[in-house]
Write a protein that binds this ligand. Structure first.
Ligand code: SF4
Ligand code: SF4
Length: 179
């Protein structure tokens, strides 16, 4: 989250990636890192009245801040709370929607100052991974080809287990906790 804000100079009040904690301080506590899921057949794109959204050849869902009228429909349609709005401006005005770009910029020419000013760095155009995946110290976040990532996660689950069956779980949370 901090790496993302730093890389893209994300506007004040907007978190393109957030850590959501479930059962905070209770048995079964879990923290999940959430951002735009770059949905296939994205609900945000389906409701946008000015057709802001488009999907790149890599499957990344991007939008145009030039077209956006700040209606907020995408915010209500998105199941993950990804679209956000600057916390400045007059009452009732949302400004331009901002969300995770998968570090792939926007409609402007790749890696130009105009693109950076509206969407942040275009790391994919430079052949780099999204900054969150690159900086994640435990490699919980991975990025790249979906089929390869699915194989890596599958191998992890096969070797370590998951949830209450994961290695180290009983030490950290004591035995017998149902999750
Ligand atoms: S903003 Fe929400 S609905 Fe749109 S692609 Fe991202 S996760 Fe899916
Ligand atoms: S806030 Fe912008 S991107 Fe979202 S639905 Fe409205 S016009 Fe489209």
């Amino acid at each position: 989250m901090t790496a993302c804000k730093n890389e893209h100079e994300v506007p004040w009040g907007i978190n393109r990636r957030r850590v959501v904690t479930i059962n905070d301080g209770k048995p079964g506590e879990r923290s999940v890192s959430m951002a735009c899921m770059h949905c296939t057949d994205a609900p945000c794109a389906a409701v946008c009245p000015v057709s802001c959204f488009y999907t790149t050849a890599d499957g990344v869902v991007l939008h145009s801040k030039d077209l956006c009228i700040g209606c907020g429909y995408c915010f209500y349609a998105c199941p993950f709370g990804a679209p956000q709005y600057p916390k400045i401006g007059n009452f009732g005005s949302r400004g331009k929607m901002d969300k995770c770009t998968y570090c792939a910029g926007g409609p402007e020419a790749d890696s130009t100052p105009a693109e950076y000013a509206k969407y942040g760095a275009n790391r994919l155009a430079e052949g780099k991974l999204p900054i969150c995946a690159e900086m994640c110290s435990t490699k919980s976040l991975l990025a790249g080809d979906g089929a390869i990532i699915a194989e890596i996660y599958k191998e992890r689950v096969m070797k370590r287990g998951y949830g209450s069956g994961a290695w180290g779980w009983t030490t950290a949370y004591h035995e017998g906790i149902a999750v």
